[in-house]
Each structure stands twice: as C-alpha cells, then as structure tokens.
Design a protein around this ligand. Structure first.
Ligand code: SF4
Length: 294
C-alpha cells in the first residue's frame, strides 16, 4: 500500500501504517476474528466439508443493521502479520474444506494478495464482500480469486446513504460485480455441485425495501447471460439497528414480503441460485468470533 490508502471507494487518503484511521478504522496489518470451517454458506460453497472462512475485522461499509457488528464496527479480533495470514490459509486447507472463504476482505486487499503469493491454495479462493469496491483494486485480485461472492445490497442511493453512509453504493457495486464477472466468466461446478469458479450474487432482503429487491433481480437478470451467475435471495435479516433512529428496521421481514419477492424472482429469467428459508432469520447463524484458528 502507498502511504495513503485509496484501496476502496471511500478514498480516505490516510496513512494507515502511520496510525491514521480511515472509515474502516483499521491499521495496515490484517485483523482476523475467526478462521475455521463454516457450514452456513450456500450448499455449493459449504458442501459436506465446510467452507474455510477467514473473518476479517473492520469494514468499509458500517451498515446499521450489520449482524457481525462485534467485528465490523467494534473491531474485535487479533492483528496478525502477512506470514501468519498465509499460515492460516494453509492450515484451513489442510482441514479438508472445499474452499478458502475471505469474509469482508476489501480493506485488507493488498495484504491478502501478499499472503496468497506466499500460500496460494489448491482449493478455490472465495472473495466474500459487500461489493463496495473499486474496479482498480479488484483488478489486483485477478488470478488469485476463483469465486466472487458479492452482496448487492441496495439499488437506491437514499437507502445506501441512510443505512451504510455510501450514497454511491449502487453504481459502485454494480461496476465492481461486472468486473468480477469479467475476471471469472460463467459459473463452473464440479461433479458434486461445488462451485469451482464464477460469481454468486447475494441480496439480503430488508423490511419495507421490496423495490430494492425487485430492482436487484431486474439488474442481475439483465446484466448477465442466462444462468451465467448464481443468485442467492437471503431472508436472514435480524433487527440489530437502532430502533429509534431506524424504526423501519425494527422487525424481521414478513412472510408476505418474502413471498412477493419470491414470486417476482420466479417470473424473472434468473433460474440458477438459492432462496433462503424464511426461518433462517435468527442470530443463531452468527459465528462465534472467539479467535478460533487465528
Ligand atoms: S480501505 Fe479503509 S482507509 Fe482505505 S480507503 Fe477504504 S475505508 Fe478508507
């Protein structure tokens, strides 16, 4: 990294190695809260043996409803060296997991590339991000990442400003996802249905944000060849936001809301992907950020 950080679209320009903090509130070295097999991802990622997740602390989004706030906002985790990060990659691979899954990695992109140069796994590497990423930074990942698993959180600038302080999220995220697709092309799976290469786009449905969900579905359907990317419709929103400031986010999504979005999806040309069960809306899915494997 240059002495000034411009890794992500926040373009803070701070000297993270010199103790200055940008929006992500992270220094230069990676901070990790957990590194362990995880079974809560989509079946093509978790499989039978699990996905080798590395949960990075800090975030360049700070969504008000974040379910991983203990690490994303409060910074819980351990600062480690690049060589230790490379060891963690190797240790996870040796457990027999199907892939190495880098969760919320954007603000440590440069250090992750250094670690992958030391210990490039034989299994696919998954980039599990918010998609609030610059195309220029994503280009540095070409050849290191086999599976991109971005969110597409909002298509409304008003929502992305209100909930993530990122008015430009819709245009930035769409450009980022198109770059991911440029790098990997259409999805490839193995004989067991595990994803080996490609792009899986996730959308977490928020209460009262049906129009965002409809627009996300339209954009995915229009932007890629039929069945080229996987689409995952997620229902697991848990109301963690401040109920006074964000009363509209003080409940889980309703059956009626989710049914309407599922119906819309079924009428689109999207055929490949996943729909999460509505009963998944529970904090039991939140991993234990206890420094396991770090
Ligand atoms: S990675 Fe962090 S410091 Fe760098 S531009 Fe993004 S938010 Fe700012």
């Amino acid at each position: 990294m240059s002495s000034k950080c411009f890794l992500c679209p926040r373009n803070c320009g701070v000297n993270r190695g010199g103790g200055e903090l940008g929006f992500c509130r992270c220094g230069e070295d990676p901070v990790v809260a957990r590194a362990a097999p995880h079974f809560g991802e989509e079946p093509c990622i978790s499989g039978d043996m699990g996905s080798g997740t590395v949960f990075f602390s800090g975030c360049n989004m700070h969504c008000v409803f974040c379910q991983n706030r203990k690490i994303s906002l409060m910074g819980h985790g351990r600062e480690i060296t690049v060589s230790r990060l490379a060891e963690i990659f190797s240790e996870l691979e040796q457990t027999g997991v199907h892939n190495l899954n880098l969760v919320t990695p954007t603000h440590f992109t440069d250090k992750i590339v250094e670690a992958l140069k030391i210990a490039m796994p034989q299994i696919p590497v998954v980039w599990n991000s918010s998609a609030y990423e610059s195309v220029e930074t994503l280009k540095t990942l070409e050849g290191f990442i086999q599976i991109y698993m971005p969110d597409l959180k909002y298509t409304s600038a008003a929502a992305s400003l209100r909930y993530s302080d990122a008015k430009d999220y819709p245009s930035v995220a769409k450009a980022a996802i198109l770059e991911m697709y440029r790098q990997r092309g259409g999805c490839e799976t193995d004989s067991e249905g595990l994803l080996k290469s490609g792009v899986l786009i996730r959308h977490l449905v928020l209460p009262e944000r049906l129009d965002d969900a409809f627009d996300v579905i339209d954009w995915v359907a229009e932007s890629f060849p039929k069945n080229a990317v996987l689409f995952s419709l997620m229902s697991q929103f848990v109301p963690f936001a401040d109920k006074v400031k964000f009363p509209e986010l003080s409940r889980s999504i309703s059956r009626e809301e989710f049914d309407r979005i599922q119906s819309y999806l079924s009428l689109s040309r999207i055929e490949s992907g996943y729909i999460q069960e509505l009963c998944s809306a529970t904090d039991e899915l939140i991993p234990n950020f206890d420094l396991t494997g770090v």
